[in-house]
Design a protein around this ligand. Structure first.
Ligand code: NAP
Length: 329
């Protein structure tokens, strides 16, 4: 079987290759074996290949934070999934043709769900959902502000916030995205820049914004904090610019703004296995109904992993790069 291998950390398309490895064998009594049908290349996977992600296992290593798979066989002790079921995997190392995991790590998805969308259910939809629910108790009509609004997380957050009756200020770096994001339910789309706080105040009629979520870092974090109300909360969850957040200290001293962070694993760990399955059942159902959607730019076979990684590194894409290791897409 084929699997993506890193022999060293560095430029993703230089260090990753498609290797032939022995088959993984049958599941144990509490294990599940599934064929990987599709996986996306996320920013965190690029960081993993570069060796800049928080996890840096000994080499050789296989990347892959998420995927969708179809169960091939399940041990006698596994009751919640059976052969043929579609699953997502709570564990990593998914850039491969076949995975063997503990039964509890295989989360079932509704049959018939679109495979491209299913490949992206594990990380970004719960990230958007939990950032809206776990920090500030927002009431209908309140505003939320976010940057990287055109990212997969950003687009999902627009839809999920709109469903709750929340209004969103969406900060982007490309003005041509405004109509597309408004069609998803975005109330305001603004281009990032030095006078952001003044423009946000003007466009929202000085509305107090109690929650901001941001994934760039550097001065961009500070620009979003400047838009928040006194005692507001800024959730830093990514680092697309590669710099630590820079925030003016007066925000903390005079205005009591809270700067905190989100990592999906930490927030899932606060929930039971049943709650996690319920969360994904809800999100999977919303994907199935077409309410949650992440655009896909191009699908590659696993043998073309280097091309896929080089493409994923380019800005201005029209969605995610996916890989289909068993030719299912
Ligand atoms: N903490 C967590 O648990 C967690 C979970 C999921 C995702 N994340 C993070 O969330 C972020 C978005 O992930 P995703 O999968 O949704 O991303 P994605 O769909 O690949 O989109 C990346 C976005 O980042 C923007 N971008 C790239 N470089 C930038 C820069 N230097 N300055 C400003 N914007 C930049 C792109 O803008 P254009 O559209 O203009 O190209 C694009 O909108 C990433 O940082 C990821 O690591 C964190």
């Amino acid at each position: 079987m084929k699997q993506v291998m890193l022999e060293r950390y560095g430029t993703p398309w230089e260090v990753a290759s498609c290797a032939d490895i022995p088959d993984i064998g049958d599941p144990g009594p509490d294990e599940v074996v599934f064929d990987v049908l599709a996986f996306p290349i996320n920013p965190a996977d690029m960081g993993f290949c570069r060796g800049t992600y928080r996890l840096k296992p000994p080499l050789p290593a296989t990347p892959g934070a998420e995927c969708v798979g179809r169960v091939v066989s399940a041990g006698a002790g596994v009751k919640h999934v059976k052969p043929g079921d579609l699953v997502i995997n709570l564990q990593r190392e998914n850039w491969t043709q076949r995975r063997k995991v503990k039964g509890d790590d295989a989360i079932p998805l509704p049959p018939g769900i679109d495979l491209r969308q299913a490949a992206m259910v594990r990380i970004n939809p719960p990230t958007a959902q939990l950032m809206l629910s776990d920090f500030v108790d927002l009431k209908g009509g309140e505003w939320v502000i976010q940057n990287v609004a055109n990212s997969a997380v950003g687009r999902l957050l627009i839809v999920l916030a709109h469903q709750r009756g929340l209004r969103t200020v969406n900060v982007v770096r490309r003005p041509e995205l405004a109509d597309e994001l408004k069609a998803l339910g975005a109330d305001l789309v603004l281009v990032d820049g030095d006078d952001l706080a003044a423009r946000v105040a003007r466009e929202t009629g000085n509305a107090p914004i109690r929650l901001g979520v941001e994934a760039i870092g550097g001065a961009a974090t500070g620009r979003l904090v400047d838009c928040l109300a006194t005692d507001g909360t800024l959730v830093h969850y990514g680092s697309m610019g590669g710099e630590d957040p820079k925030v003016g200290r007066t925000n903390f001293i005079y205005r009591g703004v809270r700067l905190t962070g989100f990592m999906l694993g930490r927030f899932l760990a606060r929930r039971s296995a049943e709650q996690i399955r319920a969360l994904y059942a809800d999100l999977g159902g919303q994907v199935m109904a077409g309410r949650l959607f992440a655009p896909v730019d191009t699908v590659y076979p696993i043998e073309k992993i280097k091309d896929a990684l080089a493409h994923a590194d380019k800005g201005g894409r029209n969605g995610k790069i996916l890989v289909s290791p068993n030719g299912a897409l």
